[in-house]
Design a protein around this ligand. Structure first.
Ligand SMILES: Cc1cc2nc3c(=O)[nH]c(=O)nc-3n(C[C@H](O)[C@H](O)[C@H](O)COP(=O)(O)O)c2cc1C
Length: 337
């Protein structure tokens, strides 16, 4: 009997600890995500927005650059993707949307042709003339595209530092001096975090920064989970992911994956710069998400991944120990059923 009483108490305590939702409420919230995914992605119909086309171009050009980067490259690989790549570049450039993605696609096609020519391989028959004309029309630029060469030595040299010390001194920081974080510190961290993997090389990550302390406090008045340290943050960032970059139902959760990986890189980038950072959840329901959007200019086509607080470290400070499990609690070898 004692154990039943304890169990009931524990359940009541758990119910009181986190807000509960009934099935309808869960469905309403999923419907909110679903509606925005359908509206802004190109899953059920093509989104004509140039951002969506840019994403397709990044993806299709990436398929070609992957072909140049694998061990066994076939002559004429990716032939079916060439016309779409060229047409997307032309369309974006002619409508004033030239970017690193269009430049990268041009560089990739140049390398595609050079690769074939250097090895005496035949270009895909139906596309050869158009491809050669397109490349002849592409100014040689410093744009990165196609494949690049890296050596094992370069990787060894770059990783010759104490990685354990680096990661083991990164904690979610909840003590700050209160000094402002400069936009240039944030720019550096964001530029480093841009190196984070992303699906098919499509750029859907976005960051909104609040530097001013009044703006920070107003923003944080919408956030649950910053008590005790929010007012000392040097800047608050909102990491989002742009739904226009996605075009398959299988990608319905991809914004959170790409955005989450990016947010982690940002936290490491701040750590590398000697600044403290703390992820700050946006685990909010549809109503609260809309309240924030009504107040700040986060576009409807972006999902909010997380807030991230950043600030200057005091000389000595406490951090939550946040114990971790043993590796074998997490790591399993996959088994056949
Ligand atoms: C997506 C996400 C949201 C988080 N939100 C908050 C938050 O709102 N407030 C907070 O103090 N910590 C927040 N954290 C920090 C976690 O509590 C912390 O990462 C965890 O305890 C591990 O500790 P460590 O980061 O110091 O290693 C969040 C972490 C993640 C990944």
């Amino acid at each position: 009997m004692t154990s039943t009483t304890e169990l009931l108490d524990l359940t009541a305590a758990r119910l009181a600890y986190t807000p509960k939702a009934d099935r309808e409420e869960v469905q309403r919230n999923y419907a909110y995500d679903l509606e925005r995914f359908i509206t802004h992605s190109s899953t059920t119909s093509i989104n004509p927005d140039p951002e969506a086309l840019e994403s397709v171009l990044a993806s299709v050009a990436h398929a070609l650059e992957k072909g140049l980067a694998v061990e066994e490259t076939r002559a004429g690989f990716g032939a079916g993707r060439l016309p779409l790549t060229m047409q997307a570049v032309r369309e974006l450039e002619s409508t004033g949307h030239a970017s690193s993605i269009t430049a990268g696609a041009r560089a990739c096609l140049r390398q595609y042709v050079e690769y074939h020519d250097n090895l005496g391989l035949t270009l895909p028959e139906g596309s050869e003339a158009e491809l050669r004309a397109f490349v002849a029309d592409s100014p040689r630029s410093a744009a990165t595209g196609g494949s690049i060469t890296l050596t094992k030595r370069e990787v060894e040299n770059a990783t010759n530092f104490d990685y354990d010390e680096f990661i083991n001194t990164r904690y979610s920081i909840r003590h700050y001096t209160g000094a402002a974080v400069s936009p240039s510190d944030v720019e550096l961290a964001v530029s480093r975090a841009l190196k984070t993997p992303r699906v098919c090389n499509r750029e859907t990550r976005r960051v909104y920064a609040a530097y001013d302390s009044d703006l920070r406090d107003h923003l944080l008045s919408f956030h649950h989970g910053n008590r005790g340290f929010g007012h000392k943050l040097g800047a608050v960032l909102i990491v989002t992911s742009d739904l226009r970059g996605f075009d398959m139902i299988g990608e319905r959760n991809q914004p959170w994956i790409d955005g989450g990986l990016f947010a982690m890189s940002l936290a490491y980038a701040f750590h590398a710069a000697g600044l403290g950072a703390c992820m700050m959840n946006w685990s909010e329901d549809a109503d609260h998400d809309q309240r924030l959007r009504a107040e700040f200019d986060i576009p409807d086509n972006e999902v909010i991944i997380t807030f991230l607080g950043v600030g200057h470290l005091p000389e000595v400070f406490e951090v939550a120990a946040s114990p971790r499990p043993a590796v074998n609690d997490v790591l399993r070898e996959v088994q056949l059923r």
